[in-house]
Design a protein. Structure first.
Length: 402
């Protein structure tokens, strides 16, 4: 059967790599900026699409400029809650049944707002959207799977005083410490807040992430934070291999125990290895691929985002996703940043279908990985039931579309 965009939109989907501050509705950004006195280069949707949230970017730095504006309006619980709520609704409207929303609490905390306050605000927005969606007749009757979500808190490999008031305070308190130690201490605090939110507040914080520039900021500095997460049963993912070589992916797995990898686009690039102790680069890459495959470490693939931030990727067909599929790696199609990348999960899956000639069975496999490799916030037995319910619904949608 023909795989249309309309069919993909109806199918139950996941988004495991979804940044809150990169997925705000532009109309909401404009409204909140006006209310909060935040200066924008334009106060129209069209104007911001021309100046900030563009179709094409020069590089990763150009891509990241928009986050300065989105983070500036995420300084109150009310604003964060609204943005999280709208993000959930936007996903629900295109058939996404499970999302993991990630964000860096320390970018938004400061003043009277604590790290816990930011986590609570994100959860308030997501839970409201969940209650509304799951109360509809189709879900309540059991004929369709419900909407579920988890929250992932991000630590930063690097920051400076200008990132946020919270980071500025950390640097001031530790003014006689080395930068790398300060970065690690900040990550430890962030994980501590995530643990408290999960254990004491009962919030669905399902995992931790490490984001920011990889080069010159190895994961070893954040090992203590990741071990704290592990001791408290938090799942672990890491941005790795996005703008650095395959050894960055290896370090994320071996130093931090990552169960998933964000992006991983350099996985098949032996020429980007900078570690001079690695003599046979091709063998290293092959061993790493097999290591990932054998342990079912899932790659969070963000096609559009990678095309926008890597100038060397001239066409989608050249994306390493093709080789990931050929090597039978566990992959999940994600958006990364819905607003910054002008995309949806439906768009990403449809692009993959067109560029890599995916079959319906290929799509089903990707959907299964998305649900199975999620950091589902409930008991494993319930997760199995939920995955089965979603895949039964997948088959129902397909049969009704023939």
């Amino acid at each position: 059967m023909e795989i249309t965009r309309e069919l993909i939109e109806k199918l139950p989907k996941t988004d495991l790599h979804l940044h809150l501050d990169g997925s705000i509705r532009i109309e909401t950004l404009i409204e909140l900026a006006k209310d909060g006195g935040v200066e924008l280069p334009s106060y129209t949707v069209e104007g911001l699409k021309k100046t900030v949230f563009k179709d094409n970017y020069r590089d990763l730095d150009d891509y990241l400029k928009g986050f300065g504006y989105t983070c500036a309006v995420m300084r109150t619980k009310e604003n964060i809650e609204r943005i999280a709520y709208e993000l959930a609704v936007d996903n629900q409207n295109e058939g996404v049944r499970y999302i993991e929303v990630r964000y860096a609490p320390q970018l938004h905390a400061g003043g009277e707002m604590t790290l816990s306050d930011t986590i609570e605000a994100v959860n308030n927005g997501l839970s409201q959207a969940k209650r509304e969606f799951n109360s509809c007749e189709a879900v309540a009757s059991g004929s369709e799977p419900p909407f579920e979500y988890g929250i992932i808190t991000c630590a930063m490999r690097y920051f400076n005083r200008h990132f946020s008031d919270y980071f500025s305070d950390i640097i001031s308190v530790h003014s006689y410490s080395d930068e790398d130690k300060i970065f690690g201490l900040a990550s430890l605090e962030m994980v501590g807040a995530a643990v408290q939110a999960r254990r004491e507040m009962g919030l669905p914080v399902v995992g931790v992430d490490l984001a920011g520039p990889e080069k010159g900021n190895p994961p070893i500095h954040h090992r203590e934070a990741y071990m704290l997460a592990q001791r408290n049963f938090l799942n672990k993912t890491v941005h790795a291999g996005e703008a650095y070589g395959p050894e960055s992916i290896f370090q994320a797995i071996t130093e931090l125990g990552a169960g998933r990898i964000g992006h991983g686009t350099s996985l098949f690039k032996p020429q980007t290895i900078s570690d001079t102790s690695i003599l046979d680069r091709n063998r290293y890459v092959n061993d790493l691929v097999q290591f990932i495959a054998n342990r079912r470490i899932t790659l969070e693939v963000c096609l559009t985002s990678n095309m926008q931030t890597d100038p060397k990727l001239l066409k989608l067909e050249d994306h390493p996703f093709k080789r990931m599929l050929e090597n039978k790696l566990s992959c999940s199609i994600c958006t990364d940043n819905r607003t910054v990348s002008h995309t949806t999960v439906t768009d990403e899956v449809f692009k993959a279908v067109q560029a890599f000639n995916l079959s319906l069975n290929d799509i089903k496999t990707l959907m299964v990985y998305g649900f199975k490799r999620s950091f589902f916030p409930h008991a494993y037995r319930k997760k199995r039931e939920y995955v089965r319910q979603c895949m039964d619904y997948f088959e129902k949608v397909v049969s009704e579309s023939v």
